[in-house]
Design a protein. Structure first.
Length: 95
């Protein structure tokens, strides 16, 4: 499903514009699966802000909850975001 990112919560999570139903509940807070940098790192938050804020993302493969955030795969322009992509290629990603 496609959602719009309406806010960046911290260095590894964000809020979407409408709830995504999983296991009978709606979730709007998302944590990127495979992205495990410190949530308090201002550089990580700025990176997510530049890449995702106000953009459409596709979510898939929800797997669990962490502090009320749904952990799932996140795709933008059919590219899956994960820690290695965001760290090694983030300077070259123009989404």
């Amino acid at each position: 499903m496609v959602f719009r990112v309406i806010s960046i919560i911290d260095g590894n999570s964000f809020q979407i514009n409408k709830g995504w139903k999983w296991n009978g509940k709606l979730y709007r807070l998302i944590k990127i699966k495979g992205y495990n940098l410190s949530k308090n790192d201002p550089i990580s938050k700025a990176r997510l802000n530049n890449l995702l804020l106000h953009k459409e993302v596709e979510l898939g493969y929800p797997e669990s909850l962490e502090y009320g955030r749904l952990i799932c795969s996140v795709y933008i322009d059919e590219v899956e975001l994960n820690e290695s992509l965001l760290n090694s290629k983030s300077k070259n990603i123009h989404l």
